[in-house]
Design a protein around this ligand. Structure first.
Ligand code: GLC
Length: 606
């Protein structure tokens, strides 16, 4: 019986929320990994709550990469992986069979305590983070979004958000605590198959909620029980679909395996099914002409109307990362081989599309400035029919000689020239962009330090929408006024992603400098959610205090910088073989040329 069928059967047999919650309680007990595979995680989880210590993982103890479906592994000297060759989208050959499971189970993650004096800010941050932990049936399952005692209207900030939990999870993992992350991954997996409806319409089964809450409900006069109550957007302000949740879930699942060495979680049949459901949803055929994911406004961290509907960079870079994670984690068998093939093809097409069409630097802007329009042909230069007048005046002055970045969005006759921070950082981390582009993005940040970092790292996007743009594009949103909140506010949580990107590119000093700017203020300012004004000088107008992902982003940055070997488990290097995959089959045909081969500005990486 296929895994998908199994899950469907389960979901039709779990009629009420009450039944589900009972199911969850037993589920979490049953879900403990078997003893032969848990040495490492037990070992880690015994080191609980020692706030004044930092664990450094020695290089020699770093776990090997674990790859199932990653046929296009670049490190040819590494013989320890099963390798499958993929050509033109077809799996041709399985070359090497290894006793990988044994290798992994033999490896213990041993941690070595390196005593490092924690700053006052760090000590306080750990205290707040531990206070933010949410329990379900006695076990930790996540962290609330904010714990602001002065907040009379918490709205949904008392819930566990999938995206907000990622930096918390990493902080716990890097400290040696895996249980909370494991529980989170398994419980949110169950929510994935919840019957979700918005006005009688049911979105795809793979959808993950934006957030969930633990509620206590009365069964009868004397008995209560806890249930998990997810929000798939049906209560969210603006009814936004959380497209990023499933992508983050996959990214976190891989990180959990990498850091703890407990690969049994990702091997479970229900977890493999969860990955497949998310991937199937993302890879479903539609009307799209592009390999990028087409989404509505507000489908990610920027969860209000900000003119990012279409193909926003943030979703594309998370999608690319989730594809890479899935390729590593999915076990290849008859039921998954088509999906694996689709993943490989999409990875290749997506990276080509982003590298080629989203990239801007001074040279490219000059090209766009001189574009001819209305070109009707397969080898047009101005493929998307961009009118040069679209180049915003601010950009002509702003773009530095050195450096560049990936556009915020690309659609027919539309380029969103705003700089979106998360998407650019995550393109570095996942190697969606080329090594040269990655370097150039950091060069741009260095050159534009005052605009992107200023008094508080990091601007969510640059620049702000003002005047008519603000009125028309945000719908006159009073929360997103210029230089506030999503409209170019400064979000300290983005620090951990900046740190990871800098470490990947061998420039940790940039991250240290930004972290020092944040550390000067965060404790005194009581860990705000975001800051306002052009230079991030003021605590945000409607900013929550004691915002958990601000705290966790700060701690995770510290821990990553202290543990470069661990950080290196969380990013990806360029995969050269992926670049060779081309699924269009036109290369050999005389009649028509493959547009990738014909591309005028092939972005070379080698
Ligand atoms: C806001 C943010 C969103 C975050 C949520 C909880 O809605 O826009 O990104 O997940 O708050 O912190």
């Amino acid at each position: 019986m296929s895994a998908i069928y199994l899950l469907r059967k389960i979901s039709t047999k779990t009629p009420s929320r009450f039944h589900r919650s009972l199911f969850f309680s037993t589920f979490s007990k049953e879900s403990k990994p078997d003893s032969s595979r848990t040495n490492s995680i037990r070992h880690l989880s015994s080191q609980r709550f020692i706030p004044s210590s930092i664990y450094r993982f020695p290089q020699s103890k770093i776990l090997p990469n674990r790859k199932f479906s990653t046929s296009v592994e670049t490190n040819s000297s590494d013989k320890s992986f099963e390798r499958i060759h993929v050509q033109s989208g077809a799996i041709l050959e399985r070359i090497h069979k290894i006793e990988e499971e044994e290798t992994v189970s033999k490896v213990n993650v041993e941690t070595e305590r390196v005593v490092r004096e924690e700053s006052e800010a760090e000590k306080e941050a750990w205290r707040i983070l531990e206070n933010a932990v949410v329990r379900y049936c006695g076990s930790p399952v996540g962290t609330v979004a904010a714990n602001d005692p002065g907040d009379k209207m918490p709205l949904n900030y008392d819930q566990v958000f999938i995206r907000d939990f990622v930096p918390s999870a990493l902080a716990f993992l890097l400290k040696g605590e895996g249980d909370i992350v494991r529980n989170f991954l398994l419980h949110t997996l169950q929510l994935q198959s919840w019957e979700k409806t918005v006005d009688c319409y049911s979105p795809g089964q793979g959808l993950m909620p934006a957030s969930f809450k633990v509620r206590t409900v009365a069964l009868d006069e004397n008995t209560t029980e806890e249930v998990l109550d997810p929000d798939f957007g049906e209560s969210a302000i603006g009814r936004v679909a959380p497209v990023d949740s499933g992508l983050w879930w996959i990214i976190l699942l891989r990180a959990y395996g990498k850091i703890t060495g407990d690969f049994s979680l990702q091997e479970r049949i229900d977890v493999q099914t969860g990955i497949k459901l998310i991937m199937n949803l993302c890879l479903a055929d539609g009307f799209d002409m592009f390999p990028t994911l087409l989404v509505t406004d507000g489908s990610c961290m920027i969860d209000r109307r900000m003119g990012i509907h279409g193909h926003p960079l943030e979703i594309q870079s998370l999608f690319y990362s989730a594809l890479r994670c899935s390729r590593e984690m999915l076990s290849v068998n008859d039921s998954s081989k088509n999906l694996v093939r689709a993943i490989n093809n999409r990875l290749s097409a997506l990276s080509f599309h982003i590298r080629e069409y989203y990239w801007v630097d001074i040279k490219k802007i000059n090209e766009i400035y001189r574009y001819k329009t209305e070109e009707y042909s397969t080898d047009a230069t101005n493929k998307f029919n961009i009118y040069p007048e679209q180049i915003p005046p601010w950009l002509m002055d702003w773009i530095p000689e050195q450096g560049g970045y990936l556009l915020g969005n690309l659609q027919p006759a539309h380029m969103d020239f705003r700089f979106f921070t998360l998407g650019n950082f995550w393109s570095i981390v996942s190697s969606l962009a080329t090594p040269k582009q990655n370097e150039a993005i950091l060069n741009l940040i260095e050159a534009k330090w005052d605009d992107i970092i200023g008094n508080m790292p990091l601007k969510i996007c640059y620049p702000a929408l003002e005047y008519d743009d603000w009125r028309i594009i945000t719908g006159s949103d009073p929360k997103n006024t210029p230089w506030s909140y999503h409209n170019s506010g400064s979000w300290p949580t983005l620090l951990w992603q900046f740190t990871l990107a800098c470490m990947k590119m061998g420039r940790p000093e940039l991250a240290e400098k930004a972290l020092a700017v944040a550390e000067k203020r965060l404790l005194a300012d009581r860990w705000p959610e975001y800051y306002d004004t052009r230079s991030g000088k003021f605590i945000g107008k409607q900013s929550r205090l004691y915002q958990t992902w601000t705290v966790a982003g700060f701690l995770t940055s510290k821990l990553l910088l202290a543990n470069p070997e661990m950080a290196s488990l969380l990013f990806w290097e360029e995969d050269y073989e992926l670049l060779d995959i081309c699924a269009c089959g036109l290369r050999k045909s005389d009649r028509k040329k493959c547009s990738r081969v014909a591309a005028k500005t092939q972005i070379l990486v080698r």
